[in-house]
Design a protein around this ligand. Structure first.
Ligand code: ADP
Length: 447
């Protein structure tokens, strides 16, 4: 087991990882920018190292500074959290070259899954169902027309190097196709420095369902069930559930089994998430994330397993603490992402939190790094906390969520709490009846 883990992140996830390390009796080092000197994870860590000024590129993305912090403090492993360097293959390689363990998969696995065309090819080869579309990059308009006619309109043009929903264009007819292809390529070139694009069938009303997987480092793969993250705004997840209200036990175990086998065949090590669009009983792979996800606590709630403990165990060579048959799904969990944003316009609202009171009671978990008097710096993303609620079934979970939202107080800044108070009373949400476009339509109606 590791002696000392360096946490290369900030905010709620840095605190989340710190808690796991403390439970396992592992010493902790955190790195932080000058803007985060007062952050909770910095206060609670055994050691902290300031690695630079506020902009992420000079601090949380500064590989040299982070490696130097490991060497100064004698950390033998790094947990990257999510975002920042968590899916940076070069970072994983550099740590390996310095004999520091990256708590995550190999640089090569990160690389394969980071290129969306390569990821889709790999998924297909591993027997994972994919969205019908081009076999690789498409450059010629003639070829694009042929593929689109073959799979049928509407189609979506996506950037191979894409991320964050950028560089995607939908074409409903052959006339749209030419312009969609050109815009997607120029947007991809400008945003990612790589203008390779590919074509997929555009699914009209899918749900976003993702499977939590783990490779144990010894060639075995397991799945921890799925999460439904269909409630999104601008491709950003807002509300996540486990299990998905749309799947039955047979579908869950079928798609979970396919994913676990793929992870084993790939020789993957650590946590990963295989993301699908789901429509009319069919799953279509869209991408794989090679890290811990923001929404991992809903899986922890229904399985009772600490996924960060498992990540640390696997990275240290100790394997998983559970086998597939030990992983049981118990009840229902929902997570709300609480952002420091205006609940209607979603404009960021940094500033000082004058009062912060979190709900409690059975089945309630709040993961947050903020506190009364904390000043939210304007430099980073606006997530200030996550409310995770667990119940014996979805009805109980929703009742508890409504009560917890009523108890939650954040004064001094605007937050997205009022949005969740509206959603929890909505009939479609109560019925679990929503797709990936539901929230955007709901928000458009309210304006
Ligand atoms: P990114 O990496 O940019 O987030 P993804 O491939 O994960 O891109 O897709 C992001 C979102 O775009 C999906 O969650 C879904 O809302 C939409 N999307 C992607 N592919 C399709 C498709 N074939 N049909 C319909 N919507 C899609």
């Amino acid at each position: 087991m590791f002696q000392k883990i360096l946490i290369a992140n900030r905010g709620e996830i840095a605190l989340r990882v710190l808690r796991a390390c403390k439970e396992l009796g592992i010493q902790t080092v955190v790195v932080h920018s000058t803007a985060d000197a007062d952050a909770m994870h910095v206060r609670l860590a055994d050691e902290s190292v300031c690695i630079g000024p506020p902009p992420s590129r000079d601090s949380y993305l500064n590989i040299h500074q982070i490696v130097a912090a490991c060497e100064i403090t004698g950390a033998d492993a790094v947990h990257p959290g999510y975002g920042f360097l968590s899916e940076n293959a070069k970072f994983a390689d550099i740590l390996a070259a310095h004999n520091i363990t990256f708590i995550g998969p190999s640089g090569d696995h990160i690389r394969v899954m980071g290129d969306k065309i390569e990821a889709k090819r790999t998924a297909k080869r591993l027997g994972i169902p994919v969205v019908p579309g081009s076999d690789g990059a498409v450059t010629e308009e003639k070829e694009a027309r042929r593929i689109a006619a073959e799979i049928g309109y509407p189609v979506i043009i996506k950037a191979s190097a894409g991320g964050g929903g950028r560089g995607m264009k939908v074409a409903h007819t052959e006339t749209d196709l030419e312009i969609a292809l050109q815009t997607a390529r120029s947007e991809a070139g400008a945003a990612f420095g790589d203008d390779a694009v590919y074509i997929e069938k555009y699914l009209e009303k899918p749900r976003h369902i993702e499977v939590q997987v783990f490779g144990d480092g010894f060639g075995h793969g397991v799945h921890f069930g799925e999460r439904d993250c269909s409630l999104q705004r601008r491709h950003q997840k807002v509300w996540e559930e486990a299990n998905s209200p749309a799947l039955n036990a047979e579908e869950r175990s079928r798609i979970g089994g396919i994913c676990a086998k793929a992870i084993a065949d790939l020789g993957y090590s650590g946590a990963g998430t295989i993301e699908f669009l789901y429509e009319n009983g069919e799953f279509y792979f869209i991408e794989m994330n090679t890290r811990l996800q923001v929404e991992h606590p809903v899986t922890e709630a229904i399985t009772g397993i600490d996924l960060v403990h498992e990540q640390i165990r696997v990275a240290s060579g100790g394997g998983l603490s559970v086998r597939q048959e030990d992983i049981k799904f118990n009840g229902h969990a929902i997570e709300c992402r609480i952002n420091a944003e205006d609940p209607r316009t979603f404009t960021p609202s940094p500033g000082t939190i004058t009062h912060f009171h979190t709900p409690g009671g059975l089945g309630i978990r709040v993961d947050s790094g903020v506190y009364s008097g904390y000043k939210i710096p304007p430099y980073y993303d606006s997530l200030i906390g996550k409310l995770i609620v667990h119940g014996r079934n979805r009805v109980e979970c929703m009742m508890r969520l409504r009560r917890a939202l009523d108890e939650f107080v954040v004064d001094g800044i605007k937050t997205t709490l009022p949005l969740f108070r509206d959603l929890v009373g909505n009939a479609d949400i109560a019925n679990g009846d929503y797709d990936i476009h539901w929230l955007e339509k709901y928000l458009a109606k309210g304006e």
